[in-house]
Design a protein around this ligand. Sequence first.
Ligand SMILES: Cc1cc2nc3c(=O)[nH]c(=O)nc-3n(C[C@H](O)[C@H](O)[C@H](O)COP(=O)(O)OP(=O)(O)OC[C@H]3O[C@@H](n4cnc5c(N)ncnc54)[C@H](O)[C@@H]3O)c2cc1C
Length: 804
Amino acid sequence: MKASARAVVIGGGVVGASVLYHLAKAGWSDALLLEKSELTSGSTWHAAGGMHTFNGEANISRLQKYTIDLYREIERLSGQSCGLHPNGGLMLAATPGELDSLRLICSRARYLGMETEMISLGEAKNLNPLIDTSHFIGALWRADGGHCDPSGTTQAYAKAARMLGASVERFTRVQSLAQRRDGSWDVLTDKGTVHAEHVVNCAGLWAREVGHLVGIELPVLAMEHHYLLTEDIPELAGREREIVNTTDYAGEIYMRQERRGALIGTYEPHGIAWSPLKTPDDFSMQLLPDDFERLAPYFEVGFKHFPALGRVGIRKAVNGPFTFAPDGNPLVGPVRGVRNYWVACAVMAGFSQGGGIGLVLSRWMAEGDPGQDIISMDVARFGAFATPKYTSIKVPENYSRRFRLAYPNEELPAARPLRRSPIYEQLKAAGAVMGANFGLENALWFAPPGVAPSETPTYRRSEAFPVVREECLAVRRSVGIYETTNYGKYEVTGRGARGWLDRVFACRIPRPGRLALAPMLNPAGRIVGDLSMACLAEDRFMIVGSGFAEEFHMRWFWEAQPPADVLVRSSASTLAGFSIAGPRARELVQRLVREDLSAGAFRLFQVRETAVGFAPAILTRAGFTGELGYEIWTTPDYFAALYEDVRAAGRDLGLVHFGGRALSSLRLEKGYGSFNKDFRPDFTPGETGLDRFVDFDKPDFTGRAAVLTERAAGPRRRFVIMEVTDADAEVVGYESITKDGAAVGYVTSGAYGHCVGKSLAAGYVPTALAREGTRFEIDVLGEMRTATVRLEPLYDPQGLRLRS
Ligand SMILES: Cc1cc2nc3c(=O)[nH]c(=O)nc-3n(C[C@H](O)[C@H](O)[C@H](O)COP(=O)(O)OP(=O)(O)OC[C@H]3O[C@@H](n4cnc5c(N)ncnc54)[C@H](O)[C@@H]3O)c2cc1C
């Protein structure tokens, strides 16, 4: 075994082999993979090998397409067959909601360049004659996908990697990891020590244990999973082409042809976690005992929906474990606090995702950036809240929903309520319907007396629609209160704070008493944060951003290496807040504050530390609704008192609660984008319009060279708000925007603008088309609707109310 390597990849399943290949391809030809047993001996060898491009996140879909397309490349390079059966995929819907979901997938696929279409049940039956179509109402067909040979595919990656100079050591167990002062690693194995600059945890079923080697607890858990292989099926005899791989959402079943028989698998509702505390060291090339009694009712549904399968015998049953993160997407990237330690684990669809994961991780390691937005599979989307208990509850929930189509207004119930603000119970009593963001409960809307505080999952307008409308109108008419505790909050202090922030953020750093909108860029000049920064004193700053990105941003700050005289802390659990917005907001807040808040005395983007009622607080004049607004921040111990004070002060002013849904509507009426929806690391300041907050004159900040280049050339595309012809559904995100039949852009978010009376979509279109009145078409749940660009905010275009 070699004594040193640029990177050591721990684990030789399909993911580790792909990471090794991609590192070698990126030029790290001395990368070394260590595998404690045979390649594939964890969860890889017994997989069903199914591959597809379906994922709720467009960027992950695109990486899945990359993975599938890559197989021909590694076959060519290695001479090893991946055993490809590129027979495509069918998805069957049994309910109108499922049908809407398939239509949305279709609309999204157009911009992603994937061949996908809604087909009749008759056509579906031609592609898979085993379907009993009487159980379904619609079908989607896609060209991408099929199945491959798990072992052949892993070997092909490994051989291709070796041909590029990388090495593989089998039967070599990593026992511990010791970090040197320079951040490099001594990787201690049962065959000796390797010195490596970087290590990558691709340990699959043992990812948790390889996390423990560096003292971290990854939110990953293995579940048992069954599939069956049938005897030969007479209906398949003599067919020239394999049947198309089929997913039956109603039955929670997947099935495909395997030789002259079929393979059928199920994701049952009460799945069993495997080895929840510790994965056995000696588990290698093993399966688990069958549990037919438990699974029979679910396979029975499959035999009803695909009757020919029930008429033949079962040749073999497979029960094997594989790992999941709490939301079912992989955990990829660097881990805050542990230099040069990377993860690529919790990959539940290794044959759809392994290639894409290898690609982005190798770029991240070799070039310092994954090259595209991958937040939805970034390990940093989980924070301290994802404890082992949380993971042990969320993973089985996710498993049970693996084949349930997710509705955009659906909130999953497991492991909730977890993080609660001090006024959680009061908000519930006020009718709050809660969602969870980074483990924290936050109000989505408030059910008034007589309306049930619950919502039917749907792609269309729900019972909440008229209620949200009333919340929006009340904010614009009088004044509303919205809890902002779920925002990400950070404190940056110390003598060097201003200088460090000046390099990390692209904006001008505000003077004491001022607040600035603060884009943060990566070296490629793409948006990694759209935050606000308040200067409380020359050496003290409060930064506020998207709550879900707290760990993502903390990692970013850590990577930006604050010097010894700068302290960066998350205020996630130490600051709680409200937004008070509406034309009567000043009147309300003034009742609680002794200082003069009149328009001339406390202007937009000013900040003060002052008492608000009982609470020592930070008061800013800012907000996200487009109305006169304030944000009030205090510590959790004062928060209930602050809430009572605000409510008492607002009683005769018509104060109403409003939730996240109303906020989404109000912000789009003003044309404000939101981080992780509209603003992501895929986009630049010029494209998003955040360039107006960039201080181009600063001599040095991350991303400067790239934004100067963009400014000179102009952005390729632009973020726009579009008015969509009204129907009973709004856009959700990732629908294709088409012009004369060609997909030219895609939607990033949508909402009904209740105060302007219009269905609104936000998205990106080519710069040349980003003109007032340009008409596009968007396929909204199977219906082509006209979308017209509105360059000026639809509500209060001059910003008079905001500045009033
Ligand atoms: C029944 C079943 C059916 C499935 N069907 C499909 C499917 O149709 N399509 C699909 O895409 N996915 C499917 N999967 C999931 C798929 O198997 C996984 O996504 C994939 O195997 C994950 O690969 P991995 O490389 O992350 O992990 P693993 O395959 O578990 O590999 C991890 C490797 O790390 C090694 N290792 C661990 N610790 C150490 C150490 N300390 N030192 C050295 N080496 C170490 C292990 O020996 C192991 O080989 C299925 C899984 C099961 C169980």
